[in-house]
Write a protein that binds this ligand. Structure first.
Ligand code: FES
Ligand code: FES
Length: 168
């Protein structure tokens, strides 16, 4: 906050987050990660490295997995943002969320929001991914707990359940 409570270089932005228009006043170069966590209280999106190397901060922008720590708020425009808080519908988890639970694909859970959104993006693009497509898509996601084999199983389970019409 600047002199007499004024912040200089501020802008007003309306972001489409989880299907709702949300207004924020902030610097245009503030990261989407900071806006989500610190201004909109959507703390499911995690701060890991802050420099694009861990994918803990992954959200969907128009369906594409995107590092929110590398995305400035003024670059978002009209893109539809989906965070982990926006995946459930009427109290039902998404197929990917269910699959992560069923497979126990996390320990501390710090990387899990980003993993789930990364997997959601992959399954949009490739509903039936091969093992190597899963590994390639998820490669940039770091899990300090080392749950990678279970994460691969969770993505496969989600793919199967979507095919069977279970979940989304
Ligand atoms: S916090 Fe964004 S990639 Fe690590
Ligand atoms: S479950 Fe702990 S970092 Fe992935």
């Amino acid at each position: 906050m600047g002199w007499l409570g004024l912040e200089f270089g501020m802008g007003d932005f309306v972001l489409d987050v989880n299907g709702a228009p949300l207004s924020v006043s902030c610097s245009p170069d503030e990261t989407l990660l900071s806006v989500l966590r610190n201004r909109l209280n959507l703390t499911g999106t995690k701060y890991g490295c802050g420099e694009g190397k861990c994918a803990a901060c992954t959200v969907l922008m128009d369906g594409q997995a995107t590092r929110s720590c590398l995305t400035t708020v003024d670059s978002v425009g009209k893109a539809k943002i989906v965070t982990i808080e926006g995946l459930e519908r009427n109290g039902r988890l998404s197929a990917v969320q269910e699959a992560f639970l069923e497979e126990g694909a996390f320990q501390c859970g710090y990387c899990t929001s980003g993993m789930i959104l990364g997997a959601t993006s992959l399954l949009h693009e490739h509903p039936h991914p091969t093992d190597s497509q899963i590994v390639e898509a998820m490669e940039g996601h770091v899990c300090r707990c080392g749950t990678y084999p279970r994460i691969v199983e969770a993505v496969k389970r989600a793919s199967r359940s979507q095919t069977q019409g279970v979940g989304r």
